[in-house]
Write a protein that binds this ligand. Sequence first.
Ligand code: PLP
Length: 401
Amino acid sequence: MFAENMVELGQKRSTIREIFEYGKKRAAEVGAENVYDFSIGNPSVPAPDCVRTAVINVLDQEGPVAAHSYTSAQGDLGVRTAMADDLNRRFGTHFHAYNFYMTVGAAAALSSCFKALAEPGDEFIAIAPFFPEYQCFVERGAGARLVAVEADTDAFQINFDKLSEAITPHTKAVIINSPNNPSGTVYSEKTIKTLAALLTEKSAALDHPIFLISDEPYRELVYGGVQTPFVTKYYNNTFVCYSYSKSLSLPGERIGYVLVPDELEDSRTAYAAICGAGRSLGYVNAPSLFQRVAAACAGQTADLAVYEKNRDLLYEGLLRLGFSCVKPEGAFYIFPRSLEPDAAAFCARARKYDLLLVPGDDFGCPGHVRISYCVPTERITKAMELFEKLAAEYRQARSAE
Ligand code: PLP
C-alpha cells in the first residue's frame, strides 16, 4: 500500500541521527553535562548580529505580508543579485542573478542537482570519506547509482588512479566536498587542477560532459590562512551547492543555493532542469524571510574562531594519546583512525564513557571515527580524560596479548 523503499528509509535513522537521539535520551537520564556528544554538526556559536538586525529590518521595512510571501520559484531577484555580487567581490567572478537558484539548504541544493542530472543508468561518483546522505539523495531521491571512490587515508586528498578507474560511460557527475565532512581536509589548488584536467580528458574521451558538483557548506570554515580554491574558476562544468547553515550558524532556517555558471555546457537548459527538479520535489521557493537575511548578511560569518581552538585541543590531545590522525584544515570535524579495525565496536566502547562518536563506515571509510567539534570548548577539555581512559583500555589489552 505504501512505497516500500520510503517506508524502509523512514523507519531507519542515519547513524549520526541515531547517536544524536541516543545522546538526548542519555542526557535526560544522567544530565546533559555528563554526556559528551560529538555526533552532529550543529554549529555551537551564535548567529552573528547581522542576522537579528536583518530579520527585524525585513519585518519592519517589508511588513508582515511581503516578508512572508511566496517569492519567484528560483528565489527573489534582489536576493540572487546580492548572492552574485558577494561572490564576484570575494572571488573575482562574473556571476549574475540568473546563475542562482535559492534552496532549502545544501541538502535541497544537492537533491535538486542530482534530480536535474539523473537519467536512467546514470552514476554519480563520491570521493570517500563523504557525507552519508549523498547515498540517499542520489539513489532514493534521483534513482541513480552512487559509486564511492576509496579514500586516500594518508591525506584525504583525491586518489586520482582510483577516481580515473571509477569513471565509466555511465558517469554523470563527480561530487566533491571541501572543506570536507568528515575529514576536515581542504582540497589544495593542485588537487582541483588535477581533478579538472582528469574530468576534461574523460569528458572528451567519453564524448559527454562529466559534471562536477561542489558541495560547499563549509567554504568559510578554514584555519591557519588555508585557501579554498573557487572551483568554477578551474572547471567550467561545475555546479556549486552552498548553504548558510554553518557559516552563519543557521542550520534550522534552511537556506542555501545552487550556482549554475554561464560557462557550464548548455547552461540555460541546466538552470531550467534545476528549476524543474526543485518544482518536482515540491520546494516551491526557499524560505522567504531567510532569503532576505542571507542577502543582507552575504559575505559575513558567525565568529568561527572557537572552532580552530577546538580543533587544536582535540588534534593535539588525540595525538598525545596515540591516535593517528590527519590534521583538519577546515570544517568542524576530525577523523582519527579508531583504535581497533572495527570502528563501530570502538564507538560502542567509547559509549561506555558517554563519549558519543560516529563510526566512519557510513562515510565510506571504515576504521575511522568522526568527532564533531562544534561544541563548547569545555566539553572537549573534560572529554580528554575519557579519551585517555579509552586509550588506556586498548594499551592494556595490547600489553596483555
Ligand atoms: N553537505 C555536507 C557535506 C554536510 O555536512 C551537510 C550538513 O551537515 C549538508 C551537505 C547539508 O547541509 P544543510 O543543512 O545546509 O542542508
